[in-house]
Ligand binder design. Structure first.
Ligand SMILES: [Fe+2]
Length: 241
């Protein structure tokens, strides 16, 4: 399984604050059956120049620690890029902000929106991204204010090539909270080839790693083949691994 969205790198953002915390998240991944993680610290235009060298250093530090601790987890560089009108130009100028193996063509941009942003903005970004050959992955659409009334819009955008990344914990259903998980499942059912799953883990206690909630819910509702599609096959193709 591949975790497509994880704040596992130490000391870069509001995710892991230390190497020990990164290793705790890594152990949670492995215990949950995750063998590959895209490390996606928060990033936006004005901090990219300083963030990218720090990300390289943090990735190397964590990779060495994983080897030393014999934790079998592969980590690929990525970024959760906060969308603005220049997102696509930024991805072209700084391909290091894309997710996956550096140098591989057609790597995706993982894009985060502000919580109350109109999702129609994504349609414009998708159009610009496709002109430049940049696949677009929208981070946790279920967290945006307009999600519940944007079902048809998201279906249309998926049909045009947009990939949705859902957070595992957001599939958790309760008596009072089932509309959003049901919409997430309906979007997967609309096109299982346009969805990837992430933990969006920040720390091992309050926002832990692993994809167990999504695995259980999706497997139960849509079957194990769909789970393999969204938790592995789609990510492998996007990342070029
Ligand atoms: Fe995130």
């Amino acid at each position: 399984m591949i975790d497509f969205h994880c704040h596992i790198l130490p000391g870069l953002d509001d995710g892991a604050q230390s190497l020990d915390e990164s290793l705790a998240l890594a152990r949670q991944c492995v215990d949950a059956g995750v063998d590959t993680v895209v490390a996606t610290p928060h990033g936006h235009g004005t901090i990219i120049d300083t963030l990218l060298p720090c990300r390289s250093e943090a990735l190397q530090t964590l990779s060495e620690a994983l080897a030393k601790e014999q934790i079998p987890l592969r980590i690929y560089p990525g970024l959760e890029y906060f969308a603005d009108g220049h997102s696509v130009d930024m991805a072209v100028a700084h391909p290091e902000i894309l997710c996956g193996v550096p140098g591989t063509p057609n790597r995706p941009l993982l894009l985060e929106l502000s919580i109350d942003m109109d999702l129609h903005f994504v349609a414009d970004l998708l159009f610009m991204a496709q002109l430049k050959g940049v696949p677009l992955v929208l981070a946790h659409p279920e967290r945006y204010k307009n999600f519940r009334k944007s079902f048809q819009l998201l279906c249309d955008l998926m049909d045009k090539g947009l990939v949705l990344q859902f957070n595992s914990e957001d599939f958790r259903k309760s008596f009072f909270h089932h509309a959003i998980p049901n919409l997430m499942l309906a979007l997967i059912d609309h096109d299982p080839t346009r969805v990837v799953i992430g933990s969006d883990a920040h720390n091992s206690v309050r926002r832990p790693a692993g994809l167990a909630v999504a695995q259980e819910t999706i497997t139960k509702s849509l079957g194990v083949m769909t789970w393999e599609q969204v938790s592995l096959k789609n990510a492998v193709e996007l990342l070029g691994i």
